[in-house]
Ligand binder design. Structure first.
Ligand SMILES: Cc1cc2nc3c(=O)[nH]c(=O)nc-3n(C[C@H](O)[C@H](O)[C@H](O)COP(=O)(O)O)c2cc1C
Length: 317
């Protein structure tokens, strides 16, 4: 499965940059691909024009394969995003689909020659996505930064169950931030890993310096969930702003009442302006493994090296 993944994505290492609202820009995607992993330009948090610009930056900044992430539910009309991706189909290697029903979109991209990765959070959804034709599944556990699956299944439990349920490569996402996580994911039956939080705290990431420093300072217990009151689960860094949102959620607001507090603009204030008093920023529980702001090349090479060492030195039973 790992070999199949490497061939489908045309990469050296089984490591994928997850789609990241506001953070997953062209420069970061190219840096990830140049390091031998698979970079992806995120469509969330961007205008259509900026999405195109970031795709262009990515493909101009690397000769290696790059992809895009399309979180369907983040866009009132995803069709224009689909058209934009198809416009660059010759230059892209794969598309990942999240936050919505992937079924109508999978054949559209595959007919254009683009393998499709689908983000799932239960073994049952893994089977549905495989039946719908997905080439690769990204199994995202509850540890992950950003929007999570409502079933709240953790990565450690999800990966072996998803891997046993399907016959396509399964990628582990959520809580992986070093080589031990990569080695563990492979042991659980994953073909590779997807990273979010770890890559947000790199030199090439467009995250504001204050957000990066908050990621360095945070421990695993410094993340929490917002939006539970309206039936969604979103993992963010604890902050004064998040405390206000949670206090408001305890008053049981309607989705429309809560929206102004959790809309994308508030994420941009936290993530790109670094103002955690007036906006929020995503972070997964693996954040406790982040102690510095290295280059992407350093993250990928040290992760691969540590995973190799870990696998070689595993204690025997
Ligand atoms: C800053 C940030 C933004 C994210 N935005 C998206 C997104 O737009 N689409 C998506 O499918 N996943 C998104 N995610 C989830 C990641 O793609 C990835 O699956 C997740 O971060 C993996 O868990 P980790 O944070 O523990 O590495 C985001 C995560 C972070 C940290």
């Amino acid at each position: 499965m790992k070999q199949r993944l490497l061939e489908l994505l045309g990469v050296e290492f089984p490591i994928i940059e997850g789609g990241m609202a506001y953070i997953g820009d062209g420069r970061l995607a190219a840096a990830v691909s140049n390091a031998g992993a698979f970079g992806q330009v995120g469509s969330a948090g961007r205008t259509l024009q900026d999405f195109e610009k970031q795709i262009q930056i990515a493909i101009e900044s690397t000769n290696k394969p790059v992809g895009v992430n399309l979180p369907i539910g983040e866009h009132s009309d995803p069709r224009e995003r689909v058209e934009m991706i198809l416009k660059y189909k010759q230059h892209l290697r794969a598309v990942s689909i999240s936050a919505g029903n992937p079924r109508p979109f999978i054949p559209v991209f595959q007919e254009a020659g683009l393998p499709v990765m689908v983000v799932i959070s239960t073994a049952m959804h893994a089977q549905k996505a495989e039946a719908a034709g997905a080439d690769i599944l990204i199994a995202e556990g509850f540890e992950a930064g950003g929007h999570n699956g409502p079933s709240e299944v953790t990565t450690f439990a999800l990966i072996p169950q998803a891997a046993s349920a399907v016959n396509v490569p399964v990628i582990a996402a959520g809580g992986v931030a070093d080589g031990r996580g990569l080695a563990a994911a492979l042991a659980l039956g994953a073909a590779g890993v997807q990273l979010g939080t770890r890559l947000a705290a790199t030199v090439e990431s467009p995250a504001h310096e204050q957000y990066k420093q908050a990621l360095v300072a945070a421990r695993a217990e410094d993340t929490t969930m917002i939006e539970r009151s309206v039936g969604r689960v979103t993992r963010v860094l604890k902050s004064p702003y998040v405390a206000e949102v949670l206090a408001f959620e305890r008053t049981q607001p309607s989705p429309d009442e809560l929206y102004p507090f959790i809309k994308g603009e508030k994420n941009s204030i936290g993530a790109l302006q670094g103002d955690l008093q007036h906006g929020f920023a995503y972070g997964g529980q693996g954040v406790g493994l982040i102690h510095s702001i290295p280059t992407v090349e350093d993250v990928i090479s040290s992760m691969v090296e540590e995973a190799r060492r870990t696998l070689q030195n595993l204690p025997t039973l």
